[in-house]
Design a protein around this ligand. Structure first.
Ligand code: ARG
Length: 438
């Protein structure tokens, strides 16, 4: 569809009128959320008897004096522990392993992006219910992620705040090329995201930005759940990675690089990416480089358990499981090295490879492999908010922040598995679920 200049002018005028009317909206009402404890991620302490004052979608005050301001309605969570809404920097809300039941080719050959679009609101809701009020969706076909984000932002459907990438960039035959391994005589309608060479790459970045991407995702290395032989070899040249980062940053977009292999990780960091996803085989030099460049590292350390126990039942080839065995344990050991080295660590799970709503299972793995419970919660709040460029909006319970709050009934600092049972979720001042309500 083409839009005429006249249509654009009319839309502009209508848009202006709508903004003028917003001033007449009634003053937002005041809500208080009270609980026994609050995990204060900004100071790394737990504080008692918090009262969080909310007006509209924002927090206006956090007080500890027990004084409930007049004219406020109170949501009393009793003995619960409050914390900021959680953030997952690596999800794929357009798919779920539950869709693959023994036939590996079902999802690839018999479903389209329309199937994904139909199912994705369900996955968005599961994610929100698990306490994840903000997510970064790193890779989706046909801009289904853009449509999902927009529907959530309009209030049409419930779901987390989303930053989305659209189709991830990758080399022909690489981790983003879903047609690898098929007969060359089969013609695929569109291999989205596949781009080779600097010019094609710049074009692809611009196209993603034009179509609504908030962030650019690319495949710096090979991967597990794709048909190429390697799991970690670089799949773009240094020149190509430099072009992706340079072009994306020029358009004001951050860059997330999928990278398992040590060399690809270093190339991506040198290119100037904002985060490395998976980070599995990062070596000493890579850890040093990440620190020098201020690059965030995401380690999806729960994933291995699920892939090894479920993916052969789902009909995935033995070669995939073999590749997973090459990275799984090493990734956890390297996560531990990264914690010890004091790297910038965000929280990214790759949910969608395992079931949505299970995002919280990663906290236990992160503490098993070197973090304190507080550090793991900080990774999923303040650190991730910083990586997303939203550190003054989400990831903390403080005045001016969105009223994104979650609560668990026990003490997550003593028992991190509490993070798998989030019982209260509020996003932007709206209660999504409250199991404490009697
Ligand atoms: N999407 C990733 C890939 O296919 C999943 C890797 C999961 N494995 C892991 N140990 N984290 O490469």
């Amino acid at each position: 569809m083409r839009l005429s200049p006249l249509f654009a002018a009319v839309a502009l005028i209508l848009g202006t009128t709508a903004v003028a009317h917003a001033d007449d909206a009634p003053a937002p009402s005041r809500v208080i959320v009270r609980a026994a404890h609050l995990v204060d991620v900004q100071t790394g302490t737990v504080r008692d008897n918090p009262l969080v004052v909310i007006e509209g979608e924002r927090i206006t005050e956090v007080r500890y004096d027990g004084q409930v301001p007049a004219g406020a309605s109170v949501i009393d969570l009793g003995g619960a522990t409050l914390m900021p809404g959680l953030i997952d920097c690596h999800v794929h809300l357009t798919g779920d392993p539950g869709e693959v039941k023994g036939d590996y080719y079902e999802a690839i050959l018999k479903r389209s992006s329309i199937d994904s679009a139909i199912l994705s609101p369900t996955y968005a809701k599961r994610t929100l219910d698990a306490g994840f009020t903000t997510v970064r969706n790193l890779g989706a076909g046909d801009y289904v992620d853009v449509a999902l984000r927009n529907a959530i932002n309009r209030g049409d459907i419930p779901g987390p705040r989303m930053l989305v990438s659209g189709p991830p960039l990758g080399a022909t035959g690489g981790h983003a090329d879903g047609t690898t391994g098929f007969s060359p005589w089969i013609e695929f309608h569109d291999v989205e995201g596949v781009a080779d060479g600097v010019d094609a790459i710049r074009h692809r970045v611009r196209e993603n930005v034009k179509n609504g991407a908030d962030v650019i995702k690319f495949m710096a290395s090979a991967g597990v759940l794709s048909a190429e032989a390697s799991v970690g070899a670089p799949q773009y040249s240094q020149e190509e990675m430099n072009a992706i980062v340079n072009e994306s940053h020029r358009w004001g977009k951050k860059v997330a690089a999928h990278a398992h292999g040590a060399e690809a990780i270093k190339m991506a960091i040198r290119a100037g990416v904002d985060s490395i996803e998976h980070s599995s085989m990062i070596d000493e030099e890579g850890l040093k480089l990440a620190k020098q460049h201020g690059t965030y590292l995401d380690f999806d350390v729960y994933n291995d358990d699920y892939i090894l126990s479920e993916y052969s039942k789902k009909g995935f080839p033995a070669s995939t499981l073999e590749k997973e065995r090459l990275v799984g344990r090493t990734q956890r050991e390297n996560f531990q090295h990264a914690v010890k080295a004091g790297e910038k660590l965000a929280f990214g799970t790759d949910a969608g490879v395992y079931p949505h709503g299970w995002n919280g299972k990663q906290f236990a793995l992160m503490t098993k492999w070197g973090m304190t419970p507080m550090q793991s919660i900080q990774a999923a709040t303040v650190n991730s908010a910083d990586l997303l460029g939203m550190k003054d909006k989400v990831g903390a319970v403080a005045p001016g922040y969105y009223a994104d709050l979650v609560a668990v009934s026990g003490d997550p600092i003593k028992d991190i598995s509490q993070m798998e049972h989030v019982a209260f979720v509020m996003k932007g001042g709206v209660v999504d679920k409250n199991e404490f309500k009697r």
